[in-house]
Design a protein around this ligand. Structure first.
Ligand SMILES: *Cc1c(COP(=O)(O)O)cnc(C)c1O
Length: 387
């Protein structure tokens, strides 16, 4: 089809063409075309995905009775089994909330929950920088959508004032740690705001925070002490938890509603019980990883400070996602390429993933990295800047 060829050609010309890179993994490293590189682009913030001892411990635990490798159906038909129920019970207990519901991915969660809870009389007010899966969920819903500028809670409050009487439900939607700038939402403030308005629910996506924040690794809501007040607390198992799937922490009423109305839950085969058991195994480990979380926070603060003070870069981040914002698409591509040649697996992040003129390298750190690794990276970046 000529149409598609033209479209791809345009993407190429704009330096926006996407490809699936051929990769082989080796612990914290990646091989691409036989070049060994430190993985600085993953979401494996605690380095759990490549810990062979964890895999062995898990397999030994289940050696006589390995969970099934497929569920062969939605949980509403024949796909349910004790693994799901056990994990949901453990998570509801750990979060000290009424209920937990599991999903196949974070993407499924976001495109399913939002439409299931919305109708024509719903207003969704979302942060401008939310993840594509949340945007798609809003688009699939029948709700009206308004946006507030990133983390601008004055504007949020103004939108609530203007619209509170025109809808029977208002959903405020945000991430807790934003995936491209690495900055935080102020969940305590959001809770205070939403409590001022009747029929208003707060929806928070903790994709980049579960495992990484809080005394027990339950996320930024735990760190900020507001788990009890977030109506819909969502997260994925595919990042720091080194598994696959997603969860919602909520009231029993919301859980029951979703079981009746959420299409990706009703009409898709549930994850293999094996994956659920692995997620449960990792979830049980989270409280014991406080040293790793503290180390990650420490090295992340170090890199952010160097980028801000020595490289004079804008530094929105408050997390282990550390953007190196160069602005121009071509510049970001060239820098990523040069870093790869020096043994760092870094990727250029360009519009439309980030706003125009803010193309960047997104460094994502993990708890196995040491400060001297970062010092070497900083040295290489300085050399590339002077070249
Ligand atoms: C990665 C991500 C998702 C999607 O989660 P998956 O489990 O990978 O589908 C959802 N929301 C945010 C904010 C994310 O970063």
């Amino acid at each position: 089809m000529q149409l598609f060829e033209q479209q791809l050609q345009q993407l190429k010309q704009a330096n926006q063409i996407r490809q699936i890179p051929p990769l082989v993994h080796d612990g914290a490293f990646i091989y691409k075309e036989n070049q060994k590189m430190l993985n600085l682009s993953g979401n494996d913030y605690l380095g759990l995905s490549y810990k062979r001892d964890l895999q062995q411990e898990f397999l030994a635990l289940h050696s006589d009775n390995l969970p099934l490798f497929s569920s062969t159906s939605s949980r509403l038909l024949t796909g349910n089994s004790p693994e799901y129920q056990h994990l949901e019970e453990s998570m509801a207990l750990a979060f000290d909330r009424e209920s937990c519901l599991l999903f196949n991915t974070g993407y499924h969660a976001n495109i399913g929950i939002i439409p299931a809870l919305s109708d024509e009389n719903t207003l969704i007010i979302s942060d401008q920088l939310i993840h594509a899966s949340l945007i798609d969920g809003i688009r699939l819903s029948k709700a009206t959508r308004l946006r507030f500028a990133h983390n601008d809670y004055e504007q949020l409050q103004q939108l609530l004032e203007e619209n509170q009487h025109h809808y029977h439900l208002i959903l405020i939607v945000t991430e807790s740690v934003f995936s491209m700038d690495g900055d935080h939402a102020d969940l305590t403030q959001l809770v205070n705001i939403k409590k001022q308005y009747p029929n208003t629910l707060l929806y928070v996506d903790e994709a980049h925070a579960i495992g990484v924040y809080g005394q027990n690794g339950l996320g930024l809501a735990e760190e900020q002490g507001c788990i009890a007040d977030i109506d819909l607390l969502v997260g994925t198992f595919g990042k720091a938890m080194a598994s696959v799937g997603a969860y919602l922490i909520s009231s029993q009423l919301i859980r029951d509603t979703l079981i009746n109305k959420m299409r990706p839950l009703i009409f898709s085969t549930a994850l293999p019980p094996l994956n659920i058991a692995w997620t449960h195994f990792i979830f049980n480990k989270l409280p014991k990883l406080q040293t790793q979380r503290q180390h990650l926070a420490h090295i992340s603060a170090y890199l952010r400070t160097v980028f801000a003070e020595q490289f004079h870069l804008p530094m929105p981040s408050q997390s282990c996602i550390v953007p190196y914002i160069v602005g121009d698409n071509q510049k970001a591509i060239a820098l990523a390429h040069a870093l790869q040649q020096q043994g760092y697996y870094c990727l250029p992040i360009r519009p439309p993933t980030v706003p125009k003129g803010t193309a960047r390298i997104r460094f994502s750190l993990n708890a196995d990295m040491q400060q001297d690794t970062l010092d070497l990276l900083i040295h290489v970046l300085k050399g590339l800047n002077n070249a």
